[in-house]
Write a protein that binds this ligand. Structure first.
Ligand SMILES: [Ca+2]
Length: 520
């Protein structure tokens, strides 16, 4: 335009020439600035995407496939969990490894099926460290990659060694000896004693004049859930009738440690506060946080501000509290501008259970809610409802928003998958049953997922291979295990045993399960 004007208006040529030169110089100058800016921007974007992502695993407790909105729940508002799915990838065949707490957590951290080691069942109050010192955990692999690591919430993998945890001294080995730089724990479960926190190696706020004692028998004739049942504010239906704490009977006995005791209603607030403090303190390093929620494990006693929020009673209200926790963590990441390069995995440690030992109205107030979605069974069972659970991944820098995947993936695979994502080699022999499913976890188009999924449970074991599902159920002492076979594509609810009509498939899956269990 300037050139055209300059050639047609001779009288103004000189002015135009000067002006043109000035404009071109200015243009070139700002062009150069723009190019440099673009270069700097590109490099900074590249640096950001090259940066190792922060990783957060939020593991819910006893949350079923159908317990949250994005998996079909209508009676429980879960806007924060639903937003994770909206902003990320939702798996429809995401599994935890076992249908109970301890073995799923063991397999998650060690990348090893719990059946490969004795003593990995539900841990009692005085359990010592279940993870062996020589076993490499994936948080250790992440530490090797330069990560700061923390676990906040339910541990339930034992603390200490020898005769039992030294509740009044150093509680080690524990998470700090298994790959975590920091821990703030519910040491066992909320229905098991002792009802105290553990921070790193110690019970905080413990008064030496009021030492903590934990055991299986009543040491001092204290009132129990049986002798003082009429004083309970949450009655028990089975078990849970030893020491009474916070008006609720527990599994096991404890005395002392009064200044260190928690209130059930405050647990979730503590997990969120400690997690957010730790995230803020470690925001400049790549970090891994294992947020191990206690919700919605019994006794379900959410904070007063969540009680009555659903028509499902305390079980539904606990899901609302869990959802709030998710929102608070995400909010902190947003405030610190860390969300884009933080990989969040939301999952559960086993499927749902209604009456798990307390009369909290979960059965009576269920209405049309289906905790396991369309699947059979739940906690303790080898059926799909026991281990197929919510499984959501959010990582805006790498994972497409609002997508779903039907690929098979399990919590046991997260260790090898995270190692691959951060570019850290897994030591020889470590994480033996954990598959690198990086492409699957990130929702890449050509990802295959697992070929098969093992579903452990105290009542047997399941093996899913594609559409086929083998279930091996225990039938009690001196009785043979029974085998059943289901076709999940035709019968997702595992109602029709087709073992006799598909003997080849049955034999194939039985042989495969035997091989996996033998470690081949
Ligand atoms: Ca659990």
């Amino acid at each position: 335009m300037f050139l055209l004007l300059a050639s047609t208006q001779a009288g103004c040529r000189r002015w135009f020439s000067c002006h043109l030169l000035h404009r071109l110089t200015t243009f070139a100058f700002f062009g150069l600035i723009a190019c440099v800016s673009q270069l700097v921007y590109t490099q900074s974007v590249r640096a950001a995407s090259d940066e190792k992502p922060n990783i957060i695993v939020i593991m819910a407790d006893d949350l079923g496939y159908g317990d949250v909105g994005c998996y079909g729940a209508k009676e429980v508002p879960t806007p924060n969990i639903d937003k994770l799915a909206k902003d990320g990838l939702r798996f429809t065949s995401g599994y935890c490894s076992t249908s109970t707490c301890t073995p799923t957590r063991f397999a998650f951290l060690t990348g090893m099926y719990a059946f490969r080691q004795n003593g990995t069942g539900i841990a009692p109050p005085n359990a010592t460290s279940i993870i062996k010192q020589e076993t490499e955990t994936f948080p250790e692999v992440l530490q090797d990659a330069g990560y700061k690591t923390a676990v906040v919430g339910k541990w339930h993998l034992g603390l200490g060694e020898g005769k039992g945890p030294d509740w009044n001294g150093d509680l080690k080995p524990g998470p700090l000896e298994h790959g975590f730089n920091y821990c703030y724990l519910l040491p066992t479960t909320n229905d098991r004693v002792p009802s105290v926190y553990v921070e790193n190696h110690r019970v905080p706020n413990l008064d030496p004049k009021d030492p903590l004692w934990v055991g299986n028998t009543n040491p001092d004739g204290q009132p129990t859930g049986i002798t003082a049942r009429d004083t309970l504010r949450l009655d028990w239906s089975h078990g849970h009738n030893n020491t009474i704490h916070n008006g609720i009977g527990r599994i096991g006995f404890f005395t002392g440690g009064h200044a260190a005791r928690w209130r059930d209603e405050d647990l979730a607030d503590q997990w969120v506060m400690k997690s957010n403090e730790w995230i803020r303190a470690n925001k400049d390093d790549p970090f891994f946080l294992f947020f191990a929620a206690h919700d919605l494990h019994v006794p379900r006693m959410p904070h007063e501000r969540f009680q009555g929020k659903t028509s499902l009673g305390l079980r539904g209200d606990s899901i609302v509290q869990l959802d709030w926790c998710v929102g608070e963590i995400v909010k902190t990441l947003d405030e610190l501008k860390l969300s884009d390069n933080t990989l969040i995995v939301f999952c559960s440690d086993n499927g749902p259970v209604l009456d798990d030992g307390y009369k909290d109205g979960a059965v009576e107030k269920l209405g049309d809610h289906t905790p396991a979605g369309p699947y059979r069974g739940g906690k303790y069972t080898p059926f799909e409802g026991g281990t197929r659970t919510p499984f959501i991944v959010k990582w805006p820098a790498e994972v497409k928003a609002d997508t779903t995947s039907d690929k098979l993936i399990t919590t046991t695979d997260l260790g090898a998958t995270f190692a691959a994502i951060v570019g850290q080699k897994v030591p020889q022999g470590a994480l033996p049953d954990s598959e690198d499913l990086k492409e699957t976890l990130l929702g890449k188009a050509d990802a295959k997922g697992r070929d098969y999924v093992v579903e452990e449970s105290p009542r047997g074991i399941g093996l899913r291979v594609g559409e086929w599902k083998l279930v091996r159920q225990k039938n009690g002492k001196n009785k043979k295990d029974s085998f059943t076979l289901y076709n999940l594509s035709k019968d997702p609810g595992e109602e029709n045993n087709v073992a006799s009509a598909h003997k080849d498939e049955l034999a194939k899956l039985k042989a495969m399960l035997a091989e996996i269990q033998a470690g081949k």
